[in-house]
Design a protein around this ligand. Structure first.
Ligand code: ADP
Ligand code: MG
Length: 884
């Protein structure tokens, strides 16, 4: 049997099995071998607690008989201490620095613990074991359950329709016995395997499917987990490099101007906000596009960072040639309103996931930018607006779509805020330099790609007036020529290209010229990317150097280089040919060549990208799924924020809670009431969920509970105009209590609203609850969050309790990982990370290693020319490539 053989060749499959296999993307024996067990009949490896000995790595299962948090004696380290009991005895368990564990695992829980037995003054204990909640105690060491005799660790495979675990076991064993593993080549480079003590592919497959001991299976899993994360990292890093191979608009920092801009805000920026602005504006100065994720908890003030960096962008003009022949920019920082129509500056696009939020950003940006001669526009599904209006210069007015498109295309509108409507094909920018995506987790990957592509090669940027001096980079060229001639002198002619490449690299270093060998330039064909060109050298990020060792170079070679230049942000290439007798160096300049060939004038500048998110996901997951982005954390809240009081409310306590709320409203505060659904369910429909609906609850609250106050409603099915009106009334205080669906979850900002009631709270994820609670953390007033629930399910209660006790989104995310398991983590599945990959997500060291190795590999082999197996894997697994 060969691993490339189709399954049908060796196995008889029913039509349903074929279907299920197709869904699992298992076509060949090799694919089947990569279908890994989800667990093993690992009960056999559990040890009785009474048998534990010091320094052993063990797994035990038992009941938590006590659990509490404490401070470690003297060192003041927070810790959780528990006692776990099985039929044979008890053992103490200690988790250092993990005080929250006590909150997630109540007394009486059944757990499986894996870790090291440590000796201490008070006897042996398990130190920082891995803990997993289980629903039943396993059946001890009763191996007879597994038939075939002791030591036979039985893999258990995830089952799907018509494919049982047993089916997989049987067929995988047949494939292994038939020799399907023999010819499989390991896609992971050997150095990596050695460095991280990972088994080779063949060994790992055998160990995963037929382990002799538990440790073998674990090593195998570790390898496959690493492998998966490694390939994701390779894919992300490749995308990043491809994106950054384009040029970007450089934007000068102008620290003073940005500070002046910020001085108009009613508060001083936090240190974290200033750091983020500094980082972003530093990225702007580089000639490559920024790719950055700004992660900051709800209410940490991301909008201000967006505004300040947008300011730096829109007050910068595109590259202009000045009198002395250098490239310069004019900046516009004055309040000269007369200049408002002197458009032509760089543009930004700011995308929000909902209309409400887009409208809110539009309003905020008007207040931030109204003193500047800058046009701001809003585009949503329900139309377009522009500020200022021609007739009343302090207001925004509706404009037609056609007008909007025209003004964006000619650069008259500098700031474009919108929903997805922003990424339609028809929206073309003149000089889109910066894209900000708010609440980016709400958008699909493809949407992000689309928006960013707005600025891609198809985007025309008029550089006609900037007639390029044919002798650009004269000094640098001269230095490079020296390097090349030195190499020729030392080496003479007749060597292979690679020899010259190495020698040139050494000589460039000697001459202190900075160079890169990994720049990737897309090769376009009818607006589609059909390949990549990686020049031999890019010197000082300015000049491409291509080496040849041919008898001679002619027009053909030059033409080709010129075409590559065209797809790049570079303007000059040197084509050096170490011919048999002499060294020839040809200059290829894109702009002069263009004049004769009359190709469309376009540049490959792409916008800087800032993704903003409050999704509290564990760092490991962020590093993986956003592996192409640099990470900036906004890890400080504006001063004066009080910790919200969070309460889990059972039905019996409603009345008391309503009284408390009435008291707050009487003091001028406002409240949100979040309901899981909009309408009452059809009573005839069997099994309809008995949860509160916005409409009925609003009616009830208005009539029975808060007759003196104004109750309003908001939900996703309302017309945009109605939504606007309601949000407007709520932010002006005309509505006291807003009954809504979770549409208010994302980013809505009404500082005076300090109370949020969440009905059916158990139905929301922790991340979502945290976001909802964030709605009332927008001021210095005390905030209240009431989680109404009537379920008594243990997991739900535990999750709601976690909300009560933790106020950090990141901590809550880590807890979700613990309580619900990795598979439930929001987004993980959507990103195509398998269960085994998620195991790696629990391990920061492994994620970091995979990332470093992927980077290293691409540094040395950017095109993956020497790693065909990796290329093949990327293609076959179709690891989402989102900038292409
Ligand atoms: P998020 O990060 O959730 O998008 P916002 O940008 O909406 O947060 O900011 C939340 C609230 O905090 C807003 O009302 C904003 O005006 C306010 N804010 C932002 N930065 C500061 C600051 N440095 N000091 C005081 N308040 C601030
Ligand atoms: Mg926000």
């Amino acid at each position: 049997m060969h691993h490339a053989d189709l399954l049908e060749k060796h196995f008889r499959l029913t039509p349903q099995q074929k279907k299920s296999l197709a869904i699992l993307k298992i076509r060949t024996l090799g694919d089947l071998l990569y279908y890994l067990p989800s667990r093993y009949g690992e009960e056999t490896s559990l040890l009785p607690i009474s048998s534990l000995t010091k320094d052993a790595h063990v797994s035990v299962a038992g009941k938590i008989v006590s659990i509490k948090t404490a401070k470690a004696y003297r060192k003041k380290i927070p810790l959780t201490e528990a006692t776990v009991e099985d039929d044979t005895g008890t053992i103490r368990v200690v988790w250092f620095h993990q005080a929250y564990i006590a909150k997630t695992i109540p007394e009486g829980s059944l757990v499986r613990l894996t870790g090291k037995v440590t000796g201490g003054k008070r006897g042996n204990y398990l130190a920082n074991p891995h803990v997993e909640r289980i629903s039943d105690l396993p059946l001890g060491a009763d191996t007879s359950l597994w038939g075939e005799g002791a030591g036979d660790i039985l893999p258990v495979y995830p089952e799907t329709r018509a494919l049982s675990s047993r089916w997989f076991l049987h067929h995988i064993r047949r494939a292994v016995a038939g020799g399907a593993v023999e010819m499989m080549e390991d896609p992971l480079p050997e150095e990596i395997l050695t460095q991280y003590h990972l088994p080779k592919l063949k060994t790992a497959l055998i160990w995963a499917h037929m382990p002799q001991k538990k440790g073998d299976a674990e090593s195998a899993r570790k390898r496959f987990a690493f492998e998966e994360i490694f390939f994701i990292q390779i894919a992300r890093q490749k995308e990043r490099r491809a994106y950054q191979a384009h040029g970007a608009f450089t934007i000068p920092k102008r620290k003073k101007d940005v500070e002046t801009f910020l001085s108009r805000f009613p508060f001083a920026p936090t240190a974290a906000q200033m750091r983020a602005i500094e980082t972003i504006t530093s990225d702007f100065e580089k000639e490559k596009p920024m790719l950055r994720l700004l992660e900051g908890d709800v209410g940490s003030g991301k909008t201000l960072v967006a505004a300040a960096t947008a300011y730096a962008t829109v007050t910068t003009s595109p590259l202009k040639r000045s009198e002395d022949g250098t490239f310069g920019r004019s900046s516009l920082a004055s309040d000269d309103l007369a200049k408002r129509q002197s458009f032509g500056n760089l543009q930004i696009a700011y995308m929000a996931p909902t209309e409400i939020l887009a409208q809110q950003h539009f309003d905020s940006f008007i207040s931030y930018f109204s003193h500047l001669p800058i046009n701001i526009a809003l585009i949503t599904g329900s139309g377009c607006k522009k500020f200022p209006s021609k007739v009343s210069p302090d207001k925004a007015t509706d404009i037609s779509r056609a007008q909007f498109l025209k003004w964006v295309a000619n650069g008259e509108i500098a700031i474009v805020i919108g929903t997805h409507a922003l990424i339609q094909k028809t929206v073309k920018f003149k000089d889109l330099a910066y894209v900000i995506i708010d609440e980016q987790h709400r958008f699909g990957v493809m949407q992000r790609a689309k928006l960013v592509r707005r600025g891609d090669a198809e985007q025309t940027r008029n550089i006609a007036e900037a007639k390029i001096d044919p002798f650009i980079y004269k000094d640098l060229t001269y230095r490079i020529r020296n390097v090349l001639f030195n190499v020729k002198k030392e080496l003479g002619g007749g060597h292979k290209e690679i020899i010259y490449q190495k020698a040139v690299a050494i000589e460039l270093e000697k001459a202190s010229l900075s160079y890169s060998r990994e720049v990737q330039i897309p090769i376009m064909y009818q607006k589609k990317r059909v390949g990549t060109y990686t020049p031999d050298f890019v010197i000082d990020d300015k000049i491409i150097v291509e080496l040849k060792a041919l008898p001679f170079v002619g027009a053909q070679e030059k033409k080709q280089i010129w075409r590559y230049l065209r797809g790049s942000s570079y303007r000059l290439a040197l084509l050096a040919n170490f011919g048999p007798r002499e060294l020839t160096i040809d200059r290829v300049v894109y702009d002069t060549a263009r004049a004769s060939a009359s190709v469309p004038q376009s540049s490959a500048s792409v916008p800087h990208l800032l993704s903003m998110t409050a999704t509290p996901i564990p760092r490991t997951l962020a590093l993986t799924i956003y592996g192409d982005l640099d990470l900036t954390l906004l890890d400080e809240m504006p001063p004066g924020r009080k910790i919200p009081k969070t309460e889990v409310v059972i039905p019996a306590e409603r009345t008391r809670v309503y009284e408390e709320i009435t008291h707050e409203i009487a003091h001028g505060r406002q409240a949100y009431v979040i309901c899981p659904r909009i309408d009452e369910p059809d009573p005839n429909k069997i099994g309809a969920l008995q949860v509160k609906s916005v409409k009925a609850e609003a009616k009830r609250l208005q009539e029975k509970i808060f007759p003196k106050y104004k109750v309003g409603i908001l939900h996703g099915k309302m017309k945009p105009k109605e939504k606007d009106d309601v949000m407007g009334a709520f932010s002006h205080g005309d509505i006291d209590i807003l009954v809504a669906t979770s549409v208010v979850e994302v980013g809505v900002n009404v500082p005076n609203a300090t109370i949020i009631i969440i009905e059916g709270a158990e139905r929301f994820g922790l991340a979502q609850l945290h976001q909802l609670r964030g709605r009332v953390l927008r001021s210095t007033h005390q905030a209240y969050c009431y989680l109404f629930t009537d379920t008594e399910s243990g997991t739900s209660q535990k999750r709601l309790k976690a909300m009560k006790e933790s106020h950090s989104g990141f901590e809550l995310a880590e807890q979700d990982l613990l309580i619900r398991g990795a598979g439930e983590l929001s987004g993980a599945k959507q990103w195509g990370i398998s269960d085994i990959g998620m195991e790696a997500i629990k391990n920061i060291k492994m994620v970091e290693a995979a990332r470093t190795e992927a980077q290293k590999l691409l540094d040395t082999d950017p095109g993956l020319a020497h790693h065909p197996l990796i290329t093949a894997r990327l293609a076959s697994k179709n690891i989402a490539v989102h900038f292409e």
